[in-house]
Design a protein around this ligand. Structure first.
Ligand SMILES: Cc1cc2nc3c(=O)[nH]c(=O)nc-3n(C[C@H](O)[C@H](O)[C@H](O)COP(=O)(O)OP(=O)(O)OC[C@H]3O[C@@H](n4cnc5c(N)ncnc54)[C@H](O)[C@@H]3O)c2cc1C
Length: 346
């Protein structure tokens, strides 16, 4: 931890992350006069900035652009006094308060309460054009974008439970769903694999990988180039100079179902508990508190199940309310201690 902090200010609340969860926490904390500082992180605005239309966020009957929703949320938080700072947390010292957060630019932020809203990044597979087409027919979230693919043929990439879930959900809308998996057997649990295998609209392409995505931001996804090899892992074999088979397919959508990585590396050596995948664990019951007193979790970073903007916003507001109550308790306790000391001095 950097001892030579250029800024000795101790904030009431620092919110790490500026996705929907962080923004919602910022609105609530700012309206409670806690003057929150929001660290924007490597992806200011978070995952919603990757998508075009959001049709399932309550209050927008015609839908709203992901970027617009985020910009509105930021403006709303700023209106009440939230301060937004460019910065990514590299390390967190949570053993004593105020907590100290070391940023990648070498600065240190100090805070009494900490809200972790760092999200979980969907894994990408490294196909050509994925940067350009993410949010334009390429997605990492069937619940979010499945309904845009009524009547389409779609691909789902992956072989674990995430991919099976995506495929089963998409089968409600799409004409056909093809699961593309680089091996000849699934990693998914038996029950999920059986449900997918038994579904009439779901097919499998074994020993196959996605090499390139076709389309444009104007047209959306129009197709893909797949590579396959009878012994699996075709992209590795291609890189090693082995012969693989190429095939172009016409599809209207591609979904990555290869899992998520919660952004919690900076919490690994702290008292905050993480699950096996790295999700931040909150205490039992309806709370955002963690095992580290004064640290609260919100959004996808603590939610392996729902991963929706509306649930992230909900837990963001809960985290701010929990932090506010906790700070009030701390203030009451220190006032009581001060009164005891004053009485003893008299
Ligand atoms: C393509 C796509 C389409 C989607 N469409 C929809 C939809 O239509 N409807 C819906 O409800 N949901 C949708 N989702 C899901 C939704 O975007 C997420 O559930 C939501 O963004 C989660 O919000 P969050 O704030 O928890 O995390 P995120 O949005 O992931 O934000 C995380 C924030 O943390 C910051 N951060 C990360 N690490 C650090 C660090 N070390 N230090 C500082 N900051 C850090 C990042 O910069 C980012 O600002 C979609 C997701 C994707 C990828």
């Amino acid at each position: 931890m950097n001892e030579d902090t250029p800024d000795a200010t101790v904030h009431d609340v620092v919110i790490v992350g500026s996705g929907v969860a962080g923004l919602s926490a910022a609105v609530y904390a700012a309206r409670a006069d806690l003057e929150p500082v929001v660290l924007e992180g490597p992806e200011p605005g978070g995952q919603l900035t990757l998508t075009t239309d959001v049709e399932n966020f309550l209050g927008f009957p015609e839908g709203i652009g992901g970027m617009e929703l985020i910009q509105n949320g930021k403006a709303q938080a700023q209106r009440f006094g939230a301060e937004f700072v460019h910065g990514t947390v590299e390390d967190a010292a949570l053993e004593e308060r105020p907590f100290a957060l070391e940023l990648s630019n070498g600065e240190t932020l100090r805070t009494q309460a900490l809200i972790v809203a760092t999200g979980a990044s969907a894994r990408w597979v490294g196909a050509e054009n994925e940067d350009e087409l993410m949010g334009y027919g390429l997605s990492t979230c069937a619940t979010c974008d499945g309904a845009f693919h009524r009547g389409d043929d779609v691909l789902v990439i992956g072989g674990g439970d995430s991919a099976m879930e995506e495929a089963l959900f998409l089968a409600k809308f799409a004409d056909s769903v093809t699961i593309v998996h680089r091996r000849d057997e699934l990693r998914a649990s038996d029950i999920m694999a059986r449900r997918a295998r038994e579904h009439d609209q779901i097919e499998f392409r074994w020993n196959t990988e996605l090499l390139e995505i076709h389309g444009s931001q104007e047209e959306g996804v129009t197709g893909a180039t797949l590579v396959s090899h009878p012994d699996g892992l075709p992209k590795d074999r291609l890189a090693d100079g082995e012969d693989v088979e190429y095939e172009d397919v016409d599809v209207g959508g591609i979904f990555y179902g290869v899992g998520h990585v919660p952004n919690t590396a900076f919490l690994e050596d702290t008292a905050v508990d993480l699950d096996d995948e790295g999700h931040l664990l909150t205490l039992e019951g309806m709370t955002t508190e963690t095992a580290a007193e004064g640290v609260f979790g919100a959004g996808d970073v603590m939610d392996p199940d729902y991963r929706q903007a509306i649930t992230a916003a909900g837990t963001g507001s809960m985290a701010a309310l929990d932090a506010e109550s906790w700070l009030e308790e701390q203030a009451l306790e220190s006032n009581a201690e001060a009164a005891v000391v004053a009485e003893a001095d008299d």
